[in-house]
Ligand binder design. Structure first.
Ligand SMILES: NC(=O)c1ccc[n+]([C@@H]2O[C@H](COP(=O)([O-])OP(=O)(O)OC[C@H]3O[C@@H](n4cnc5c(N)ncnc54)[C@H](O)[C@@H]3O)[C@@H](O)[C@H]2O)c1
Ligand SMILES: O=C(O)C(=O)C[C@]1(C(=O)O)C=C[C@@H](O)C=C1
Length: 368
C-alpha cells in the first residue's frame, strides 16, 4: 500500500510497528515523532522511519494512518490534541496502549469530527524500552487486539489490518471493557506480582547480603518483567485500577488459603495446589505468542566444562542458525548444566535440534 504513516512515540512498540509496515508496504512513507528528540534521531539513523516530524501538527499533514505508541496517559492527551488539528478526513487513527476503556472514551471529539479511531493493542512486547530494542518479528503469531466501536465502518477495520499485515499477528476484535478485564488478568496483574516479589526480596536483602547472589533461575524467570518501564506501568495501573483492585482482593484470599494449608501442614492439599497449577500451565498454548509468551527455547543438556557454549554456538553458526538469547539454567559444579537457547521462530528451533544432534551427542528438548 502507498501512503503516509505517522508514528507518534518511537519506542519499542512504535519502532517495531514502523519496521513491520515498511517491510510489507515498501512504498509507504513512515514519518515519526517522539518528545524525546534522541529517540527520533536514533529511529531515523536505524532506518526505522523515513522522516522526522518536528511536532505532531507537522506529522499529521496528509497522513493516511496515525499510530500512537506512547504511554497510555500520554495517548489520551495526544488524542485530545489530534481532535484540534486539520486531519485528512480519510485517516485512520489507532493506538497501541495496553489499556483500552479510558483511551476509547477520550476519542469523543475525534468521533464528533467524523475521524475514525480504532483502538489497538499488540499483545507482545518486552521488558526493554526504546527504539533500539525495536524488531520487525516482535508481533509474529501474537494476538493483536482491536477495539473498534460499533459505528466504525468495517472496511476501515479491514484497511487497518492491511496496513498492519507485516506484523504477522492474529487480529481479534473485542470490546474495550472486555479487553481491560482480560489483559488485567494475564498481563497487568502479573506485573504487580513480579514487582512485589522483587521489592520483598530487596527489603530482606538489607539484612542478608547473600540473597541477591542466590537469586537464580526461578527468581529470574518469575521476575523478568519487573525490569519493564516504570513510567509505562504506572499509567497502565491507573487506567485499569478497578479491575486490578478486584484481582488484588482475590489474590489476597488466595494467599490466605495457602497460608492456612501451611499452618495446618496439609500435605495433600499443598500437593494439589501445585499440581493443579502445573496442569493448567502445561496445557497453555505454546506455539502462540500471546499474553502468555511462547519462547522458541531449546534446552540442551551439557557437561559443565569451559568452552561448551562456544562449541554449541559454533555448530549453529556453521548452519547459519541465528539465536536471540542463550543462558545456563543450572550452574552447580557437580552435575550437567542445561543451556537454554532462544530462537526467533519454530523453524529455527527445529533446525537447531537437528544441527546439535548431528554434530554432538548432547540431548535436546523443547521443555526443561
Ligand atoms: N512494552 C510492551 O511490552 C508493550 C506491549 C504492547 C503495548 N505496549 C504499549 O505501547 C505503548 C508504547 O510502549 P513501548 O514499550 O513502546 O514504550 P517505550 O518507552 O519503548 O516508548 C514510548 C515512547 O513514547 C515517547 N513518548 C512519550 N510521550 C510522548 C508524547 N507525548 N509524544 C510523543 N512521544 C511520546 C517516549 O519518549 C518513548 O520513546 C504503551 O502505551 C504501552 O502500554 C507496550
Ligand atoms: O514480555 C513482556 O515483557 C511483556 O510484559 C509483554 C506484555 C505482557 O504482559 O505480556 C506487556 C504489556 C503489553 O501490553 C503486552 C505484552
Amino acid at each position: 500500500m502507498k501512503g503516509r504513516v505517522f508514528v507518534i512515540g518511537l519506542g519499542l512498540i512504535g519502532g517495531s510497528l514502523a519496521l513491520c509496515i515498511k517491510k510489507e508496504h515498501e512504498d509507504a512513507i513512515i514519518v515519526g515523532f517522539d518528545i524525546n528528540k534522541e529517540q527520533s534521531r536514533l529511529a531515523k539513523m536505524l532506518g526505522v522511519i523515513d522522516e522526522i516530524a518536528e511536532n505532531i501538527d507537522e506529522g499529521v499533514i496528509d497522513a493516511n494512518l496515525i499510530i500512537i505508541a506512547a504511554p497510555v496517559n500520554e495517548t489520551k492527551e495526544i488524542l485530545q490534541l489530534l481532535a484540534k488539528l486539520p486531519l485528512n478526513p480519510e485517516v485512520i487513527v489507532t493506538d497501541t496502549g495496553s489499556t483500552k476503556s479510558r483511551i476509547v472514551e477520550s476519542t469523543a471529539s475525534l468521533k464528533h469530527w467524523g475521524i475514525t479511531f480504532i483502538g489497538g493493542h499488540p499483545m507482545a512486547g518486552s521488558h526493554k524500552s526504546g527504539v533500539s530494542a525495536a524488531k520487525e518479528i516482535l508481533f509474529e503469531n501474537a494476538f493483536y487486539l482491536l477495539t473498534p466501536e460499533d459505528h466504525i465502518d468495517k472496511k476501515k477495520v479491514e484497511l487497518l489490518k492491511d496496513w498492519l499485515r507485516g506484523t504477522n499477528a492474529k487480529f481479534l476484535t473485542i470490546t474495550p471493557g472486555n479487553h481491560d478485564y482480560l489483559t488485567g488478568i494475564v498481563s497487568h496483574f502479573p506485573h504487580i506480582i513480579a514487582a512485589s516479589i522483587v521489592r520483598q526480596t530487596e527489603k530482606l536483602s538489607e539484612a542478608e547480603s547473600l540473597i541477591p547472589r542466590l537469586a537464580a533461575g526461578g527468581f529470574r524467570d518469575l521476575t523478568r518483567i519487573a525490569s519493564s518501564s516504570p513510567e509505562m506501568w504506572k499509567d497502565i495501573l491507573l487506567h485499569n485500577r478497578e479491575v486490578l483492585i478486584e484481582l488484588l482482593n482475590q489474590w489476597q484470599e488466595e494467599m490466605n488459603g495457602v497460608k492456612t494449608l501451611l499452618e495446618k501442614e496439609n500435605s495433600a492439599a499443598i500437593f494439589n495446589y501445585f499440581n493443579q497449577a502445573k496442569q493448567f500451565r502445561d496445557g497453555l498454548p505454546m506455539k502462540e505468542k500471546g499474553a502468555i509468551p511462547a519462547f522458541y527455547d531449546l534446552y540442551v543438556d551439557v557437561p559443565d566444562y569451559p568452552g561448551v557454549i562456544s562449541e554449541i554456538t559454533g555448530y549453529l553458526a556453521k548452519e547459519k542458525i541465528s539465536i536471540t538469547n542463550i543462558r545456563i539454567l543450572e550452574t552447580r559444579e557437580d552435575i550437567n548444566g542445561v543451556l537454554v537457547i532462544s530462537f526467533q521462530t519454530e523453524e529455527d528451533r527445529h533446525k537447531a535440534e537437528r544441527c546439535i544432534s548431528t554434530y554432538s551427542s548432547y540431548s535436546t528438548s523443547i521443555s526443561s
